[in-house]
Design a protein around this ligand. Structure first.
Ligand SMILES: Cc1cc2nc3c(=O)[nH]c(=O)nc-3n(C[C@H](O)[C@H](O)[C@H](O)COP(=O)(O)OP(=O)(O)OC[C@H]3O[C@@H](n4cnc5c(N)ncnc54)[C@H](O)[C@@H]3O)c2cc1C
Length: 382
């Protein structure tokens, strides 16, 4: 059975206390309404080492594992789903540099991310091609010591303000699909790079989503992340880490909505009784708690497995399926328990519900997660 170590419990406590001290409900409602990134809290979180806690120390990270990153994501999203998502997605794509990039790339680009100076972004999904398949149309053609990049990516989190992008592109279109791709780091401000906000979204209202276009963007060969032609393999490995962190975000959102619903049913009275005294309420709470506990178990186990070997692709996908469903079901039930009040912005659970939906969608769709799981069950079919 998986148990947190003493130092992991300390990280969990520190993240909980930070969120309690720094996240403010009224401020969160205002930032979400005006689509603003929580920049001040981000800087403080970075100063205390919460951003890039799982990046190596030589790149200004915390030198800790994915378990610790998940504990931070859970605690932040539990206290406030939208602030938590914005902060724990601030280093999105950075794992590619930390895990596969050259030392020089890591040294140059990761410290400002971990120190809260720039956001980074993963640009993987073409508008016309499913993110989970090796069929991007974004093309990098070799030109001397550079590549010249053309194509477009959609729904890029942090895209509007990111300092750099990790881009999945074809470098060897003649090779078979899985060997034709590479990851390239593209700095924002590069000539030919065009960024357009995709506007308002259902949830994740403190993060930007952008359409990113590359029109003959010159990228030095030294910005190759990992080996040329290995892009899809590396992207799949990155997706495993991302699936686990997203599971922790979903877990925190579910727990946060549950906390609020639990407090509410103990004080709200109907028919001269607290609504917590109705058996139907008690059963709802029990069902929510079961889903959260299962979500927590699979998330921690997947994170610990990733830290120790990282070879199991099915477990992160299972965690993502289970926690995405749990977050959506629990936040839905939380609104129900609040009754009409739950529909009001003031009670926060409606925002948790909207944020939970994002976690079912991003980072490769549900059908690909199930494909990964069934492949591990069935093996290769002739
Ligand atoms: C909030 C949010 C944040 C995101 N952040 C990023 C980001 O930072 N970087 C990035 O690169 N991308 C990002 N994305 C893109 C995301 O990864 C894609 O939206 C996702 O992979 C699904 O691709 P799609 O939107 O093209 O849907 P499609 O692939 O067109 O899917 C549409 C529908 O068809 C179904 N479907 C697709 N294939 C199959 C199949 N084989 N069998 C059965 N059903 C199928 C899907 O389940 C879905 O219901 C984000 C998306 C969202 C919503």
């Amino acid at each position: 059975m998986f148990e947190l170590t003493r130092s992991q419990k300390e990280v969990q406590k520190a993240a909980r206390e930070f969120a309690k001290g720094e996240f403010d409900k009224d401020q969160a409602i205002e930032l979400e309404k005006t689509n603003q990134f929580p920049a001040k809290i981000w800087k403080k979180a970075a100063d205390l080492g919460f951003i890039g806690i799982h990046f190596p120390e030589e790149f200004s990270g915390g030198g800790l594992g994915l378990v610790e990153n998940c504990l931070v994501a859970e605690e932040f999203c539990r206290k406030d789903s939208t602030t938590g998502l914005a902060l724990t997605n601030a280093a999105l794509g950075g794992e590619c540099l930390a895990d596969f990039g050259s030392g020089e790339l890591g040294e140059k680009y990761l410290p400002p991310v971990a120190e809260g100076e720039i956001l980074c972004a993963g640009a993987f999904c073409d508008p016309g091609a499913h993110a989970a398949w090796p069929n991007t149309d974004t093309l990098a053609i070799e030109a001397g010591t550079d590549f010249v990049l053309t194509g477009e990516k959609c729904y890029v989190i942090n895209g509007v303000t990111a300092g750099f992008f990790i881009v999945l592109c074809q470098t060897d279109p003649a090779a078979r699909p899985a060997k034709s791709l590479s990851l390239l780091l593209v700095e924002s401000g590069s000539p030919g790079l065009m960024i357009e906000s995709q506007g308002r979204t259902l949830g994740m209202g403190m993060s930007s989503l952008a359409m990113v276009r590359f029109q003959d963007v010159t990228v030095p060969r030294t910005n190759l992340v990992g080996k040329r032609g290995k892009g899809f393999t590396l992207y799949e490995r990155y997706l495993n880490a991302k699936r686990i962190t997203a599971s922790a975000q979903a877990l925190g959102i579910a727990q946060g909505a549950f906390d609020r619903a639990l407090a509410y049913v103990k004080q709200r009275e109907q028919f001269d009784r607290k609504i917590a005294q109705f058996e139907v309420t008690q059963h709802k709470l029990a069902d929510m708690a079961v889903q959260i506990e299962l979500a927590r178990s699979i998330t921690y186990r997947a994170a610990a497995e990733y830290d120790s070997s990282g070879k199991d692709a099915a477990l992160p996908a299972m965690a993502r399926v289970a926690t995405g469903r749990a977050a959506f079901a629990v936040t839905d039930e939380a609104i129900q328990l609040f009754g009409g009040y739950g529909y009001m912005t003031e009670q926060e659970v409606e925002r948790f519900y909207r944020d939970a939906k994002a976690l079912e969608l991003f980072g490769s769709g549900g059908s690909h997660r199930k494909k990964v799981i069934s492949k591990s069950l069935l093996g290769r079919l002739s």
